[in-house]
Design a protein. Structure first.
Length: 291
């Protein structure tokens, strides 16, 4: 989503490799060094990171890396301040374990990190209200930019959220949402285990939160909109997924074409079981699989 927004305003994005603990700090540092070598460090505006259960992989940035991202941003702020944008859209949708400290919490002088959160995932996507915690001197600038861009968020929806937040209903609601999604996640994971375990070279992440499971198929099975699998899954088996390649920046040499994002947010438990069954049938019966 954010890549699309950035591309839309003409920004250049550089992907940083991640692993099971989120963005790799050594790769981030290499990136910064590369920008310095090519005399482009002055063009770097921000480091963007989805700290909790990122979309699409469901992976979270480890606590030690959260601290290191802030340290690196400060250390490399040579020409101007390099900001860190912490997108914590899924922070409240945690189904196991304790919350990790935010990236923002490591920015002791509150100059470097912008923390962005939304009520879309925890309360209702339709209210279109979120919030940010930003360095003081950026409040006016960002407020003006936002106002010019969208003429302000709907007042009624903001009042609605304020009322809900002041009451105890928000926390109660989030707890209900969390429990419901936890069950859906578990259902999706057990369905995947049941349906895909006998298929070689298929693997998937076990997210501890968020709304998605990230699945990787054997290299030879492409998942894109124009792939045989997509056509077969949608037209014949009436099941849909989001092709993984949409989540890589254009031209990223690391792009894999055999991945997909599965969402468990909207479907019922039966719908999830049925969907995973249909997906597995699509992979199993795909004509090209036998080649
Ligand atoms: C990581 C991430 N950040 C932000 C958003 C957008 O949230 P909102 O509905 O508040 O625009 C999404 C939506 O899918 C997301 O996945």
């Amino acid at each position: 989503v954010f890549l699309g927004v950035l591309n839309g305003v003409g920004a250049r994005t550089i992907a940083v490799e991640s692993d099971d603990s989120g963005m790799r700090i050594d790769r981030l540092e290499e990136c910064l060094q590369q920008l310095k070598r090519s005399n482009e460090l002055h063009r770097l505006k921000m480091i963007y990171v989805v700290s909790d259960f990122e979309n699409p992989s469901g992976i979270s940035l480890s606590a030690s890396r959260r601290k290191q991202v802030v340290e690196l941003a400060k250390q490399w702020s040579i020409h101007h301040r390099i900001m860190v944008l912490e997108d914590a859209a899924y922070r409240e949708l945690r189904y196991n374990g304790d919350p990790l400290p935010s990236v923002w919490s490591f920015d002791e002088n509150r100059e470097t990190v912008i923390l962005a959160q939304t009520f879309s995932k925890s309360f209702s996507p339709g209210v279109r209200v979120g919030f940010g915690v930003i360095p003081r001197e950026l409040v006016g600038v960002i407020g003006n930019l936002k106002g010019n861009d969208d003429f302000g968020s709907a007042n009624l929806n903001q009042h609605l959220m304020a009322t809900v937040l002041e009451s105890e209903r928000y926390e109660q609601h989030v707890e209900i949402v969390r429990q419901s999604y936890r069950t859906k996640r578990d259902t999706m994971l057990s369905s995947l285990h049941q349906e895909f375990s006998d298929l070689p070279d298929v693997r998937w992440e076990h997210p501890r939160g968020g709304l998605y499971v990230w699945l990787t198929l054997p290299k030879r099975i492409e998942t894109g909109f124009s792939s045989k699998l997509f056509e077969f899954a949608v037209r014949t088996n009436h099941v849909m997924y989001v092709p993984g390649e949409l989540f890589y920046p254009t031209g990223d040499p690391a792009m894999q074409k055999n991945q997909m994002r599965l969402s468990f947010g909207v479907q019922s438990l039966d719908g999830i079981r049925e969907g995973i069954g249909r997906l597995a049938a699509s992979v199993r019966d795909l004509p090209s699989c036998d080649e």
